[in-house]
Write a protein that binds this ligand. Structure first.
Ligand code: PG9
Length: 625
């Protein structure tokens, strides 16, 4: 160990003004630190070595290992703050574990940061797309094997945890798992990049994927990692650039493999479907107890955890191996403090409550043999009333249609007469997803955007809404509301965005007490927002043109929620045809590949949302018994 003091002492020659001042190595950990940090290059079966940081409190003996395999810098994850205290140097979520004798391990996945090898974004499992014999599951296996043989302070049992990309590597570890891998907590895992996680949602492309792909691709390159876009309004920037391909060419990134994967594969072909982790999991036995976690307002990976739950839950015949957790969180919010989100306040630090009351006892049981904590099959936080619910299954609600009716009304009775509400969607004036100026890399804008008050767009002529009367009793939903939309366009392709909104009363007592936050008076709180690209109405793999003026029936799911619409509130449904620049614009003229649409393809269209009669548009609310 070379400390600041020992470095100075190593050279006994006299120092002169010309003695070079740069030292070879500087170790920030002092002898007085309360922890030990070790670094190892762990060999995989093909000889590639992966950088692995192992951190534990001094005196740890017979400790369980908690492993995360990350693309986001394992070294940085164990050097959060320059400190001699383990709770400072590690991530906030690690505190409860390491102070109770766990050994925390972070590893750079292959090809990134300090690890050797080639990085492949969401590397496919060994099979039809990967004949190398190596994937994230074999790397997890080899790592677990090495850890239990080479960390003498361990009790030989390993748990795996992580959010988002780390949720993906956590699920991968469960595929042909090492026998020492005893439990897993995949948090907001990226499961299917096309259906509803990071890259696309129901076929609409998320332009922030470009930024991400370039960041990952250039991570090891000189000057890499940053997408030097400037600080102005992203709305203007993406609008002026044109199509996704035009934008990529403007930045010179169209040849990056990660970018080409998107540009050349806009539909849900084998390219994407064979990468879907829920399909990998569904095809294998369930052997690792798994607690899947999702934020109710997850702005990146709202699809993955429920999809993995659907794949695993049927295999859990005794109903004691798989748990689904939905908390009132943004993406990865479960690993931070979560007293609030945007304008919303909760009762206490909901993330800490989950970690201490459920995650820690879960790992303690499986990795240490403490008594069974009887982890519930489903744990959700009921927003609106702010308390945790333990449930036997998911969804809990029974699908109940909330119909769109005449005069902007929404009602539980099917409207007797048919009709439609129309608006003009203009790709030259797409609906912004948050108020402008938009900076998608500004965390303050990005993290809470899914709870942003929708009044900033509700009055636009290209946003239509339907509202219930003021509720005289609470409506509690537990599940994923399903959109059941009958719509026509005068164009030949179209995007449809549906928002389920809780409209607060215009006068709320807490309005004045929000402590610097926006008042909730009249607040239009999105409970779920989701997009669907019209061309995929018949098949996700084979898009087709829409027939101008023909009513099509679209169905898709809004995110999974546990929410109570309180008496005095109203439920609102909103429809629009863009959510920009989060999603690329649909030109509204059918073209072979929207990524390459030409300026002349972007045309105004008249959109008709049908209601009543044979085309009774509705949102199916999963109403809890
Ligand atoms: N949502 C991020 C991501 C996961 C997987 C692939 C690409 C991006 C993340 O937060 O890790």
């Amino acid at each position: 160990l070379l400390t600041a003091a020992s470095v100075g002492a190593q050279d006994s020659a006299r120092v002169t003004p010309m003695t070079p001042d740069v030292v070879d190595k500087y170790e920030q950990t002092l002898p007085s630190a309360d922890f030990i940090r070790r670094e190892a290059m762990v060999p995989m079966r093909d000889g590639t070595k992966l950088y692995t940081a192992i951190v534990m409190k001094k005196g740890t003996r017979n400790g369980p290992i908690l492993l995360s395999r990350t693309p986001y810098d394992a070294h940085g994850s164990t050097h959060r703050v320059a400190s001699q205290r383990i709770v400072d140097v590690l991530e906030a979520m690690d505190a409860e574990f390491v102070t109770d004798g766990y050994i925390r391990v972070y590893q750079d996945i292959r090809g990134l940061h300090r690890s050797e090898g080639q990085y492949i974004m969401n590397r496919p499992i060994v099979g039809p797309q990967n004949d190398t014999g190596i994937d994230e599951s074999t790397d997890a296996y080899d790592t677990v094997d090495w850890l239990v043989k080479n960390v003498p302070e361990s009790n030989g049992k390993v748990g795996v945890i992580g959010s988002s990309y780390l949720g993906f590597t956590t699920l991968a570890a469960e595929i042909n798992p090492h026998p020492a891998l005893k439990a897993a907590v995949p948090e907001s895992p990226m499961v299917d990049g096309w259906m509803g996680d990071d890259w696309f949602h129901n076929g609409a492309f998320r332009v922030s994927s470009l930024d991400y792909a370039v960041g990952q691709a250039t991570n090891k390159a000189d000057g890499g990692g940053e997408f030097a876009l400037g600080s102005g309004d992203d709305y203007t920037r993406y609008l002026e650039a044109g199509s996704v391909a035009d934008f990529s060419k403007m930045l010179g990134i169209q040849t990056y493999p990660g970018v080409r994967k998107f540009l050349e594969n806009p539909a849900y072909t084998d390219f994407w479907s064979l990468q879907a982790v829920d399909k990998w999991l569904g095809a294998r036995p369930l052997t690792v107890p798994t607690m899947l976690e999702l934020g109710q307002w997850d702005q990146e990976d709202s699809y993955g955890a429920p999809a993995a739950y659907r794949a695993l839950e049927p295999k859990d015949t005794r109903n004691d191996m798989v748990t689904l957790v939905i908390g009132p969180w943004r993406h990865s919010g479960a690993n931070h403090t979560a007293y609030d989100l945007g304008a919303l306040n909760f009762t206490g630090d909901t993330a800490l409550e989950w970690r201490t009351r459920y995650v820690k006892p879960f790992f303690d049981h499986w990795l240490r043999g403490t008594p069974d904590p009887h982890t519930p099959p489903v744990l959700t936080y009921a927003t609106g009333v702010n308390h945790w619910n333990e449930s036997p299954r998911w969804p809990m609600g029974v699908a109940t249609p909330l119909y769109l009716a005449a005069d902007g009304k929404a009602a539980f009775e099917r409207p007797a007469t048919a009709g439609h509400d129309d608006y003009v969607s203009d790709p030259a004036r797409p609906v912004p997803f948050i108020p402008r100026p938009i900076n998608m890399s500004d965390a303050k804008q990005w993290k809470p955007w899914l709870v942003h008050d929708q009044r900033f767009v509700s009055d636009r002529p290209d946003v239509v809404s339907w509202k219930t009367d003021t509720l005289d009793k609470a409506v509690h939903i537990m599940g994923a509301p399903q959109v059941d939309l009958y719509a026509a366009t005068s164009g030949t392709d179209s995007d449809w965005v549906v928002k389920l909104i809780d409209v607060y009363p215009n006068d709320v007592p807490e309005g004045a007490e929000q402590g610097g936050k926006p008042s909730m008076a009249g607040y239009e709180l999105p409970i779920g927002i989701e997009i669907f690209r019209g061309r995929y109405v018949a098949s996700f793999a084979k898009p087709r043109a829409l027939k101008s003026g023909k009513v099509e029936h679209y169905t898709w799911a809004l995110p999974n929620v546990d929410h109570v619409f309180l008496p005095g509130h109203r439920i609102m449904v909103e429809v629009q045809s863009s959510l920009f620049p989060l999603y690329d614009r649909n030109p509204q003229t059918f073209v072979d590949n929207i990524m390459y649409a030409k300026p002349g393809d972007y045309r105004k269209a008249t959109q008709s949302i049908w209601r009543g009669g044979a085309n009774a548009s509705a949102v199916m609310l999963p109403i809890a018994p």
